[in-house]
Design a protein around this ligand. Structure first.
Ligand SMILES: Cc1cc2nc3c(=O)[nH]c(=O)nc-3n(C[C@H](O)[C@H](O)[C@H](O)COP(=O)(O)OP(=O)(O)OC[C@H]3O[C@@H](n4cnc5c(N)ncnc54)[C@H](O)[C@@H]3O)c2cc1C
Length: 404
């Protein structure tokens, strides 16, 4: 099968790149082993841990993906990433110029670039726009730590009450702890009779609280569950990320896949690219574990890091799993003794040139790009820039492919 562009991966970077190249009129195929890190992500996207990301970027080393993207491109790529999320139906709040703060599942305010609409956010991490809140959560739900949220809001001077709710369908699920996870709770709350029952409970219990805060378990398949519930209880409902799996992350991945397919893209889901062919220094095809061979002009490696399966490590060295590309491996060990310090293995990954072309044996492969978490040169956890690097490097690669 022949395509203009073949992308290996099914996460944020593969989908961003795929949507952009497909909407420029190219025939694009995407090959994905399985679900992506979005399933774990709070879906509050980080650009960089700094008050003004753009200023911080000027000081980053040459190997940082943001340095390769370049300050001149940064602004338009951040707004294009937001535009693509919105085209996919993912409504976000926030901007690259003015970071805001969200509460993480571990109850810490974290600076971020874009959040899903309806999340509990703070403009400055010091205060919120309401004086009283009721936290409403499913009884027996283990992936949401109510007390963390209570503590942080009380520190901000908010009067907080907490309310566990039970619904017959959820009570049955509690018999099996693995069933009481965010996605199954969200599926139960998709049902009209359950939303109505929840609305009645909220209206009876929360008194005069200005806002209702819930774990992010509203609306899996059914649209607008949060806003419908808001109308029923006549007050704002804000959500806080849960521990994985993330309902918002799963929804975002599904929405991006739909957008990619609606632009003519093809997804080979549950296919693992496990071999490739090269001629004259160019990749000509990849073949999947199901025997499908895809040829193309350009290939994009967006296979993620260790979680995605793009990188493999044995404690001594780090390898790129498919093409055997050059990688950065930490010289003085994978980890440091202090768990709270930046861990060296997090900055490892594939070496690319200044246009994100992947390097093998010291030479950049002319038609093989790499983007997202498979890249070396940045620390997504310490720098809080995982989603930013995934989206912006993907769009930079897409531009290069489109404009060649
Ligand atoms: C647990 C966790 C939580 C995070 N939370 C946040 C957050 O809250 N905010 C934030 O800004 N960032 C967060 N990040 C970082 C950010 O989500 C990621 O950096 C970003 O989503 C990476 O996207 P990616 O597409 O590059 O890789 P991935 O999402 O890892 O996707 C890689 C894809 O490639 C596929 N693949 C791999 N090898 C092959 C192959 N050979 N053939 C076919 N397919 C293959 C995988 O199946 C997967 O679909 C988090 C990351 C993790 C791991």
């Amino acid at each position: 099968m022949r395509y203009d562009t073949v992308i290996i991966g099914g996460g944020l970077s593969a989908l961003m790149c795929g949507i952009e190249v497909a909407r420029a009129g190219k025939k694009v195929a995407l090959v994905a082993t399985g679900h992506s890190s979005l399933h774990f992500s709070s879906c509050s996207f980080g650009l960089y841990n700094a008050k003004r990301a753009l200023e911080a970027i000027a000081a980053l080393g040459a190997e940082h993906p943001y340095s390769k993207i370049g300050e001149d491109n940064f602004e338009q790529l951040t707004s294009r990433a937001t535009e693509i999320l919105n085209i996919a139906g993912i409504a976000t709040v926030g901007s690259a110029e003015q970071p805001h703060y969200i509460i993480t599942p571990m109850g810490k305010w974290r600076e971020c670039w874009l959040s899903m609409e309806g999340m509990l956010t703070s403009k400055d991490g010091v205060g919120v726009d309401f004086k009283s809140a009721a936290i409403v959560y499913p009884e027996g739900f283990l992936d949401f730590y109510t007390q963390f949220v209570v503590d942080h809001l009380q520190d901000m001077g908010v009067e907080v009450t907490t309310h566990a709710f039970a619904l017959p369908e959820l009570t049955v699920r509690r018999n099996n702890p693995t069933e009481m996870r965010s996605v199954s709770v969200a599926r139960a709350l998709d049902k009209e009779e359950n939303i109505r029952a929840l609305a009645t409970i909220i209206s009876r219990q929360v008194g005069s609280a200005e806002v209702v805060i819930m774990p992010a378990v509203l609306g899996f398949d059914a649209p607008d569950v949060r806003t419908r519930l808001e109308r029923m209880v006549e007050r704002e409902i804000l959500t806080v990320p849960t521990l994985p799996p993330s309902v918002e992350g799963v929804k975002a991945e599904r929405a991006l896949k739909r957008a990619f397919e609606s632009m003519g893209g093809t997804i080979f889901m549950a296919h693992t690219a496990n071999s490739y062919a090269m001629e004259d220094g160019r990749v000509v095809s990849i073949t999947t574990n199901k025997g499908v061979t895809l040829t193309a002009e350009d290939f994009v490696l967006a296979s993620g890091s260790f979680i995605g399966g793009g990188l493999k490590g044995d404690g001594k060295r780090i390898d790129e799993a498919l093409f055997g590309l050059d990688t950065v491996t930490p010289e003085s060990g994978y980890t440091t003794r202090n768990i709270f310090e930046a861990q060296p293995f997090m900055s490892c990954g594939v070496v690319v040139d200044n246009t994100f072309k992947a390097v093998k044996n010291g030479v950049a492969i002319e038609n093989l790009y790499a983007c997202g978490a498979v890249l070396a040169g940045y620390n997504p956890v310490k720098e809080g820039c995982g989603a930013g690097v995934a989206m912006l490097s993907a769009l930079k690669v897409a531009d290069d492919i489109i404009n060649r």
